[in-house]
Design a protein around this ligand. Sequence first.
Ligand code: BEZ
Length: 384
Amino acid sequence: MTNHFIRIAVAASLAIGAGAVQAQEPIKVGLMLPYSGTFADLGKNITTGFKLALLERGNKIGGRPVEFVTVDDESDPAKANENANKLIKRDKVDVLVGTVHSGVALTMARLAKRSGTLMIIPNAGADELTGALCAPNIFRASFSNWQTGYAVGAMMAKKHKTAVSLAWKYAGGDEQTAGFKEGFEKGGGKVLTHLSLPFPNTEFQPLLTQIASLKPDATFAFVAGAAQVNLVKDYQAAGLRDKIPLYGAFLTEGTLQAQGAAAQGMLTVLHYADGLNTPRNQEFIASYKKAYGVMPDVFSVQGYDSARLFLAGLDAVKGDTSKLPDMIKAMSNARIDSPRGPLSFSRSHNPVMDMYVREARGNQNVMVGVAVKGLVDPSPECKM
Ligand code: BEZ
């Protein structure tokens, strides 16, 4: 054999060797989510949703098993750098999935952008994630804060002339409020004032007293997780519910049982509604109930769709995660038949989707209309 043929044979056997090794190596998924604190249930439901999509594929893609590395981010921005670096540098995950809290997600995205690690955001709405911080390797499978706030504002403008907004003072609250104001005022409404409290405080009473004296036609609020139970109950106890209706995006999601009568009849706007009557959603609900014995919520759907988006990339390269540019191309063009309805992605990798009006009835947020069809976050700051 000439030297030339020996070199080709050695190179070929190394290539086959590398392929074979990769075929057996697990695909590593880093889940950085809140498993404690006010957003714990959100983190749990995103995780079950994500894992279900992989379970439906036998937890094996292109012959490679899927392995999860999990970190509780505690919704604490001060710990975000260390937690994300553990997954990126120590565990060398193939995809970084996280998180719920916008402030934590912003740190994760900066690290993902710098390291080139594929990142999928299964909740956090910070506009910057698919705005100024956008990057080819960063995708969001949930919503932007602008999107949800804007859609609630558009719906409220059809019913009311004036409103007050109330939100936690952090990126999530500030941006939901800005989106709401844009949607409400574009529809002819006027926001009288904005009230805020620090994250994750639940001392709403002084703010409710202010709302009572301002007498707006309606209130828009953004708090989420366990805190939304306190807000909706306190609002009712303060005697405001029947005089000044309370609206929001997440206010009744996953918490109707705990909120009881205080939430019944409330209107919210989100990209999912309980029991949406489509074959795809019914199939998803059956699969989720079989696996976990409970009904899914919007956070389960966001986790599920995050995994479906990752699968679109993995399928395009038959599980070979070293072909990241090909994965990114397939993910950018993905058209997902989601439980929420058709789901595609804008040029900034943010969801394009319908926003539903839901009414709280019993333990369900039932779809009663469409607030905005195919809502696209224009992401003007995204240069990619
Ligand atoms: C956020 O921080 O972006 C967020 C948290 C919970 C629900 C929705 C948005």
